[in-house]
Write a new protein. Sequence first.
Length: 652
Amino acid sequence: NKETMTPSVFKQEMMQSSEERLDNITEIHLPLRLETPEGNTTHCMLSPVKPDHPIFQPYPSELVFQNFIPLQTYSLPLLLLNNDQVAHPVKLDQDISEQFYVAGPETGRSKIAPGMSASFMVFFTPQESKDYSHRLICVSPRECFEIPIRAIGPRAILDFKDEIHLPTCLVKASTEKTHFVCNIGNCKANFKMHTKSPFSVTPSTDILDVGEGIQVTVIFQPMKVGQFQEDLILQYDTGEDVHISLFGTSEELNICLQPEPVNLKKTYISLTSSQTVSLTNCSDIPLKYHWTVLPSQAEDDLSFFRFGLEKLEEKREGNMCRPSRCESDPKAIHHPLLLSQSLQESNSQARGELWPNTTANFLIVFKPEEAKVYQHTVYCNVTGKESSLPLRIKGEGLGPKLELNYNLMDIRNVFIGDKDHYELQMTNKGLIDAPFKFSHPKTTFGLCFSIRPQEGVIPPGICQAVEISFHSRTLGSFSEDLLLIVTGQPQTQILTFRGCVIGPTFHFDVYELNFGDVAFGFPATQTCTLFNTSFVPMTFALHVMGDGLGPRSITSTQQVSDLSPKSWQGYPTWDRFLRPVEFTVSPTTGTVDAMSDVSIKVTLCSNTVKKYELALAIDVEGVGEEITILPLNARFDTLTADNQKHAQKILK
């Protein structure tokens, strides 16, 4: 087995004689059992010695010769103690060897009493200075085990200290301690060294002649705060491992980013704003820093935050103050923060070194491309702080600031077919151009709108008028949203128009046409005026509701001049069951201009004995039929009809 020990113990063991080493043995070990001899199993079962323990315990458990000179003979005693309660014979066997032989009692002929020892002397005569190994076989009725013999040849000894305490170190920094180590042994030292983090050693391997020395440096690089202890393992090519204890303590530095968090000014898209964040090194050692971004951060958003570095070197000692010197990389501002590969590889602001008693100023440049709030956290990994320093950055991008003089227009009643115009004032109250574009819904009334200009760009501080026209040939109420899209504004502005499309307004100048008593065949005429009180022309058609569907009625003159007077029987010669058309309207159709009027004549030629209670109906084009009616009243004079019949008889 390989020995593991401290340098002082290894040195002490390697420099003492074989006898001194034997005198310093403080413990014994159970020997390596080879086999159990056949026979006498009953005694084995009755023996008080445990089966896994030997009856004869060798002392020492291993014989070691060291610091010997070739061709000289050395000897060490070997005792075999009988631990049983009865006497047992014992003998020692050995392999043939020119260097080792054993002298003692005649093997196997005499028994060793309980509690007594058999004494042997082991002799060693080396031929040269090198390692030797041998073994003795102890045989008793119950057991057979091995007693190893080693001869340790020349050894290299490096005079390391048992413990190395490194100076207190800032976390993520490094400190080191160098020792001059000399080979004080008696042979060449071929060795390797290794340890565990946060310690390291250099050189890790080397060869030293006897008396030769080398500088060994132990480096302490802690990544966490606390106390650390690890072993530096020195491995000789001869198989020995020597353990040197390493101790180190790390602590944090009081350092922070100022200000934190950073609230950037609201900035219009395509414009920039900036703010400086400082990091001051108050220690007496240089500090390294490195800006990083969490992997979960979106690279696209982070491209709007860009860093430029200004190093302000300020000596804080009394009269040593001098004007700050600004060193900046003009190209750095054009690279996305910590995301550009070229930026990370260059000696720019992404990483650097901060000298003692100096301040590094980091310029945050905000150039938004969208009108929204940007919130991100970047991290400054700096020497002296176990955790990275978070820098929370918040900025808001502003789009064009386009204001309308109204967002709702209630146009109330609009005449069908009329084209109405409305003016909209748009004012750019921001600091950047405002590209705009209108759109209207593809609905029945939405398609009735037209906008001029429909799109354009309004410079800062300029007011532009937009003409909105509405022309509908469909009746009904409406509420339509015109959309105003401003490039750079995430929200679309809505301009609402609502109202009602109505037909033309008109009226007659009378409430009715009363013909009074009328005589058979004698036409009677009444006149009225139709007024168009709207701002659009009105096309109309007139007809009498309830009038007959037959031939037009005849006048008395036509009846008298008839060549067949005998046919007169008090009614016309046409079919008595088909009522005649007795009313004549002039004009029956026409168009009345806006805010104009037209005269209407209605003539009644009665051929029917009855009381007339009919109506003059008006149809308006695009609006509907029989929109309004004008009552028509008349009464047939029966007395007059009798006189007419009497006159007819006289004529016969």
